[in-house]
Design a protein around this ligand. Sequence first.
Ligand SMILES: C[S@@+](CC[C@H](N)C(=O)[O-])C[C@H]1O[C@@H](n2cnc3c(N)ncnc32)[C@H](O)[C@@H]1O
Length: 225
Amino acid sequence: MAREGSGVSGRLLAGRWAEGSVLLREFLRAPFRTATVVASSPALAAAMTDVVADYDAPVVVELGPGTGAFTRPIQERLGGSGRHIALEINPQLARPLARRCSAVEVVEADARDLPRTLAVRGLTSCDVVVSGLPWAAMPATAIHPPLVTVVAESLADDGVYTQFTYAWSRRLPPARRQLADLRAHFGEVQVSSVIWANFPPAFVYRCRRPLPSIHNGHDPRLRHP
Ligand SMILES: C[S@@+](CC[C@H](N)C(=O)[O-])C[C@H]1O[C@@H](n2cnc3c(N)ncnc32)[C@H](O)[C@@H]1O
């Protein structure tokens, strides 16, 4: 038994090591876009994806799946129901993920292509958006519409958006701006307690009730200078 157990944990460790080396390689190639050399931990993945279980056969969209830290728990929570669409901008990460996870519709695309990705599949909205994107991928003002607007507009009225931020950076201006953006686009933004079992420790934002003001062209971020 002990030998079998250590074999399983050995395989898990080897798997995480292999994922880590892929992320490191991609980080060296595109540091701002990849943003990390360590995949999110199972504890952070659980906090990011537990909302999937609240829906019956939902359409789940994953942004920036990388090596799949959130992909597996989403699949487990779907248990063969619903749809799981993952938008990954880096083909070096998207292609292996598509090979490993045949039940996931992996799309090599920018997260901002979400509306078109849904439309070509005959979908008008999605129920859950789980984001693993780094800040650098979603500056609030540089590109229009900002990603948070795209997400809010793509969600069903009772949909939910989850996003994480690292605890060390929580008080820095970009993180504060990001939280203000979330509050401007969603009627409810829950902030989790710190997830210490992640490197680095992180918070999860769970955002519900996408605000209708987004849909009529009014920029609600102006309320949050
Ligand atoms: C910080 S890694 C997160 C990977 C994984 N979700 C995790 O938590 O371990 C960010 C991922 O987002 C991808 N990415 C960055 N910008 C993107 C964009 N605009 N659209 C889609 N994917 C993007 C990167 O290629 C990378 O795989």
